[in-house]
Design a protein around this ligand. Sequence first.
Ligand SMILES: Cc1cc2nc3c(=O)[nH]c(=O)nc-3n(C[C@H](O)[C@H](O)[C@H](O)COP(=O)(O)OP(=O)(O)OC[C@H]3O[C@@H](n4cnc5c(N)ncnc54)[C@H](O)[C@@H]3O)c2cc1C
Length: 688
Amino acid sequence: MNPNQTVEDESQPSNSTVARRIQRLSLHLTPLPPLQPSPQLNMLTCAKASKLEVDHGPLSSYMRGKHREIQEKIFEFFNSRPDLQTPIEISMDEHRELCMRQLMGLVREAKIKPFRYVVEDPAKYFAITEAVGSVDMSLGIKFGVQYSLWGGSVLNLGTKKHRDKYFEGIDNLDYPGCFAMTELHHGSNVQGLQTTATFDPITDEFIIDTPNDGAIKWWIGNAAVHGKFATVFARLILPTHDSKGVSDMGVHAFIVPIRDLKTNQTLPGIEIHDCGHKVGLNGVDNGALRFSSVRIPRDNLLNRFGDVSRDGKYTSSLPTINKRFAATLGELVGGRVGLAYASVGVLKISVTIAVRYSLLRQQFGPPKQPEVYILDYQSHQHKLMPMLASTYAFHFATQYLVEKYSEMKKTHDEQLVGDVHALSAGLKSYVTSYTAKSLSACREACGGHGYAAVNRFGSLRNDHDIFQTFEGDNTVLLQQVAGDLLKQYKDKFQGGPLSVTWNYLRESMNTYLSQPNPVTARWESTDHLRDPKFQLDAFRYRTSRLLQSVAARLRKHSKTLGSFGAWNRCLNHLLTLAESHIESVILAKFIDAVQNCPDARSRAALKLVCDLYALDRIWKDIGTYRNVDYVAPNKAKAIHKLTEYLSFQVRNIAGELIDAFDLPPYVTRAPIAMQSEAYAQYTQRVGF
Ligand SMILES: Cc1cc2nc3c(=O)[nH]c(=O)nc-3n(C[C@H](O)[C@H](O)[C@H](O)COP(=O)(O)OP(=O)(O)OC[C@H]3O[C@@H](n4cnc5c(N)ncnc54)[C@H](O)[C@@H]3O)c2cc1C
């Protein structure tokens, strides 16, 4: 469209033009009543096709489930406390103090005691995490450091004596703490950590040491200002009576007090430095820790998977260092589950702001007619509607992850432990990478207004960006998923069991690996393309082929390059495999959620959104499907056309779909929706 040919002839404004301009300007300056749910937009001619009837109430109840109440309590608390709301402009030091006050307020005033839910009801705990992260992401992360990382390590790696001693202090924040794993020279490679904890049988103590600068604990949340304790990951060194004199038992976790509980002074032998101003999350005080002969009682070893007796003997139910290490890290997946869940929360906020803006913002239009809502542009629908569909898809997938995690915590079933480990690694990396990209797309979808700090995209983007790195770098985590798939694949051919999420490999590997059916490759009816069986088959077909081909390549290359070299040679292929598998899991869970929805209208809306998610993904990878003739050219065209049509249909219920996220105005307060008092305040502040 030529921008010069728009709405009116600029040189001779008509009366109606003038009136409309005045009205538009007044919209910018006058506080308006809050946005009504399901705004009744005047659809353009092109947007007047049959519209699904959807009521956001039942849909929202289905989405939110039973933990809506606690989230509302949190939102109400912060809504009633403007002094605890994070302002747009704030210094790092002030933000850190505010973040601590927010956490204290949550626990001591709103009386949200999260720690017991870590054990008793993880789903409730994660719902709290999502809500506090929506208030301020720094708060969400500080909360996670306290309860998932520091608290979680005490609960999951320690034994009863640790729980009895620390539970209350962690819960009520008398014992703010840190999780000190990463070192300057080793982040992803945790087995390479160098900090040592040497047992001294004379005094019955461990001596914690930082042997070189590369072993300084780095990036440790809560360390720079507020932490009183740290769970320190260090190699356990035992004295022996042989010629070596010591024995390295591998990485273990120890509780190390770092500051005096009363005076907050750093304790002897400990040096703490501030990691300083970061790209985001400046409400979290990350610091560096160096230990010089710091003595702690033997009891401070978190001894669930390995213990040292008074006379220096090591015992463990697990036979090897590798098994102990895997068990230790396996217990820490809760942090990763929380991040995946919180990342979907960020995506919901971002999509809500962008869609709401696009439902209200008008630019250009046919001659002599009203300007068009930007969400009526096909390109804008293409940007935002598949993203809205993905948000729904991720919502149900992460809910499933939380269910499996809760089940694992109850049963300790070994197969489930492996499944949750791979699923949490896959979903955390896939979802956080997607959200990070979407934040930029949403900012862009809101034009220049998206760039004003007051509209939140800057802080959301900067705060969320690191989700891709901490709790396991995404590229590293996806490799764990691929490794797990290959193991399952190998087991399948040896007749071993397959874990729940991977079941489809057993059921239908042979079907997926046979040549595509030339008849179905041509089917292009809407009913067929919207059939969940076709969609799931297409996703699983892709994963199965990737799995089979990468297994063959690895076998071939390992003969000449060794296993490490072969893995590296196939690394991109492996990452694609992992992503493809995770997409299959996401779609399967979305389809289940559609089928299980009790309300007919909500079910119809979800089915529409699910179809868009599935077909958009297939279309984005159409080259892969065409290459092997899984999809004939006419079918590819039909998929594309249907995807555009579904985007348009979803656009027609986009208002209801974002309302069903049920985010309070406090969270999606970005004034670019031009509906809030905040916008008027903002325009006044910048000089109008
Ligand atoms: C704000 C913030 C808060 C943090 N909080 C904590 C905390 O409280 N406690 C704590 O212990 N740690 C914390 N961390 C550390 C964080 O967990 C690590 O940064 C993370 O694990 C990644 O390690 P790294 O920084 O050494 O990156 P590296 O491992 O050096 O990765 C650098 C790059 O190399 C790539 N790479 C690495 N290995 C491979 C491989 N095998 N294959 C392919 N590519 C690879 C990665 O993809 C990445 O792009 C925090 C970090 C930040 C920034």
